[in-house]
Design a protein around this ligand. Structure first.
Ligand code: ZN
Length: 80
């Protein structure tokens, strides 16, 4: 994947967490972040008690931008 800003090749990797990874709209920090508490949240990776959670991401160190393709990332990671 190429960076949409500088067009350089991006580094493929994983974002890991010991908790569920999710996106919640807005800029206000939340104390309780479980997706079932937020109707409009996007779950990037469900929690596995053995492996934690992880999602594929692409990093551009030049622009300091990380892109998460959560549609295709879930499928790629489930096959590993
Ligand atoms: Zn870039």
């Amino acid at each position: 994947m190429n960076c949409p800003y500088c067009k350089n090749e991006m580094e493929k990797g994983l974002i890991h967490s010991p908790h569920e990874l999710n996106f919640i709209k807005g800029e206000k920090r939340k104390f309780m972040t479980a997706s079932f508490l937020h109707d409009d949240s996007v779950v990037l990776s469900k929690l596995s008690y053995l492996k934690g959670s992880a999602t594929i991401a692409y990093n551009c160190p030049e622009c300091e931008i990380i892109i998460i393709d959560y549609k295709n990332g879930k499928n790629d990671l489930n096959n590993k």
